[in-house]
Write a protein that binds this ligand. Structure first.
Ligand code: FUL
Length: 596
């Protein structure tokens, strides 16, 4: 009794934790602007998970099948979803999202609404269900399960008619009701032509209703969410400024989406909470091809992607396409383990743990909101200021000087994203001055800065601009080993071409198609539409393909293999660019050649 009485009267608790000096409890800040739902917050905390592109394209060296493939091409010899799940788990990923149906319409489960499915394939004599195997494996390994379904369907005979929307909703219904909890529904914005040459007007209200009816907590991904948004490129680089808020009114998906640079940065004070997800492939293409076995991204490249996604307020959805056996290839899994090992080393030792932290201002001078909350490891305790404060600094004093090159900071997003600009400085004991380490803009759920090593005992974080009083819940500093990996990504030299591209093969060949390898640097201009010709003398040309597209080249400029309807005998081949991504006269490529 005595003890209880004493502790109730302890001045630190009464005056410090819950009350201001005039004994009034200090209320927390009101939320600012759009805020995440509980499920969006849970989703954001997952940070890193696996994308799987798998289907007929795995077997045909193409990125976009046209739906005319014989379903029998889908025949993995040794498929093992448990291998995928165990690799994802060991890699530190929290979930797997699978292409249940890509643009070719092939369903990885025996759908009742299609005749282009695993049931029509040779795999397991048509008795297999890949979604069942993968969802079971995810459960076994403690991973969440998500599905990608493309509304664009180049196989379904009803595509392009009003009936198709209900058919697509029915397929969604099958997938979302039959395989347990689905944490994310990934909607591809592509909207091309179906087998009858018609495009479909999608009924997004119906699709969303179907998702929420089956999976009320699923985060719906698309160009504009509503759960999470595409961050505008397939290179893995979210904006250095990255707001989780987006203006969505008047926008749609695909061609109706906000400009890609807006998706990359979000909108300051945007009307809805639609955080960014970075989707990128570990290989040049989204689907497996034996040709890319030696083109798995280097460790350094993947590290950069980690910092430009998770380190920039975005989740990372890393695609790891299984091979023709139905297994993740050792080149990919080795790289994933290297990445996990390196990340563990980067963030092994938080140098801030025993630091003393003070803030220029603290809300109501209350210890409920004091700067120690930044290092106590509790997500829901935070430092904040009075409502009218939009600029403030925090000072960190380490027990002794430390060398460091990483700085991690988090905003408490349940109350909105607020910080628009901040900087990190160190106290230079020699010059007795604060010196700049790095300036940055937004923070959001998580921001990680990398910089050349600094040795210092005192660090200052300046919140230079905040839309409302800043609310931060975590700061960490690390001394990461310098990356020694120098493996390159097999970047080949490219050339710029003005005018048509002509190739003399020196002799007549039986041509079944051609390949085109676009340049990979991000300033490159790519052919989007072209005419393809053949000739026996280089003077008289026969038009073989007119106004044809290179699929997905805008978002992911990888090798294109174009097959001709019927083989042609020729000595010369020619491409004439009709449309390019940047509307320039010259375009950039690595190679162009025949498929024989
Ligand atoms: C894009 C698709 O067109 C690609 O093939 C890939 O699936 C990528 C993740 O989304 O929109």
């Amino acid at each position: 009794m005595r003890k209880l009485f004493f502790s109730l009267l302890a001045p630190g608790i009464i005056a410090g934790s819950f009350f201001t000096s005039c004994n009034q409890p200090t209320s927390p800040p009101a939320p600012y602007g759009a805020i995440p739902s509980e499920h969006q917050l849970e989703w954001q905390k997952m940070e890193y998970y696996m994308f799987i592109h798998f289907g007929p394209n795995t077997f045909t060296n193409v990125e976009w099948g046209d739906g005319k493939e014989d379903p029998k091409v889908f025949n993995p010899t040794n498929l093992d979803c448990r291998q995928w799940a165990s690799i994802a788990k060991d890699a530190g990923m929290k979930a797997i999202i699978i292409t249940a149906k890509h643009h070719d319409g092939f369903c990885l489960w025996p759908s009742n609404y299609s005749t282009h499915t695993v049931r029509e394939s040779l795999w397991k004599d048509g008795k297999g269900d890949l979604l069942r195997e993968l969802s079971d494996a995810c459960k076994e390994y403690g991973l969440k399960f998500g599905v990608y379904l493309s509304p664009w369907d180049q196989n379904h005979p009803a595509y392009g008619t009003p009936e198709y929307n209900q058919i697509f909703a029915n397929t969604l219904n099958e997938v979302l009701s039959g395989y347990g909890h689905v944490f994310e529904q990934w909607f591809d914005g592509a909207n091309g032509e179906g087998p009858n040459g018609k495009k479909q007007e999608y009924d997004w209200d119906l699709f969303h209703e179907t998702v929420y009816k089956n999976q009320p907590h699923a985060v719906i991904f698309s160009d504009i969410g509503p759960g999470a948004r595409w961050m505008g490129n397939e290179r893995g680089i979210a904006g250095a400024t990255n707001w989780s808020t987006l203006n969505v009114t008047g926008f749609g998906r695909g061609h109706a989406a906000p400009p890609q640079d807006t998706l990359n940065t979000g909108n300051r004070n945007g009307e809805a909470w639609v955080p960014a997800e970075t989707d990128v492939s570990i290989r040049p293409g989204w689907f497996y091809s034996p040709r890319t076995n030696d083109k798995v991204k280097s460790l350094e490249h993947l590290m950069n992607i980690y910092y430009s996604s998770v380190g920039r307020n975005s989740n990372l959805l890393l695609n790891v396409p299984p091979d023709r056996r139905g297994l993740i290839h050792p080149n990919d899994s080795t790289r994933l383990m290297e990445l996990k090992h390196s990340l563990d080393k980067e963030f092994a030792n938080n140098l801030i743990t025993n630091a003393t932290i003070t803030a220029q201002y603290t809300r109501g001078n209350s210890s409920t909101y004091n700067a120690n909350n930044l290092i106590n490891g509790n997500y829901d305790s935070y430092w904040t200021t009075d409502d009218d404060v939009k600029q403030a600094f925090i000072e960190i004093s380490l027990p002794q000087p430390e060398t460091f090159n990483r700085f991690l900071i988090q905003e408490y997003i349940p109350l909105g994203q607020r910080v628009a600009s901040f900087s990190v400085e160190f106290w230079n004991a020699q010059t007795s001055q604060w010196e700049l380490i790095k300036e940055a803009t937004t923070i959001g759920y998580k921001r990680i800065l990398r910089f050349p090593s600094v040795t210092a005992q005192k660090i200052r974080v300046n919140i230079k601009e905040s839309l409302a009083c800043p609310i931060l819940n975590n700061i960490a500093i690390y001394n990461a080993p310098e990356l020694t990996d120098s493996a390159n990504d097999n970047l080949s030299p490219s050339k710029s071409v003005n005018g048509p591209l002509v190739l003399n093969m020196e002799k007549v060949n039986n041509i079944t198609g051609f390949y085109y390898i676009p340049a990979t640097n991000n300033k490159a201009n790519h052919i989007v539409r072209y005419n393809f010709y053949t000739s026996s003398d280089g003077k008289n040309w026969k038009l073989i393909k007119e106004n044809s597209p290179f699929n997905n080249i805008r978002n992911n400029p990888v090798r294109q293999d174009i097959l001709l309807d019927t083989p042609v005998k020729a000595q010369y081949i020619k491409i004439e660019a009709l449309e390019t991504t940047m509307n320039k006269d010259t375009y950039d490529l690595i190679e162009f050649g025949p498929l024989l």
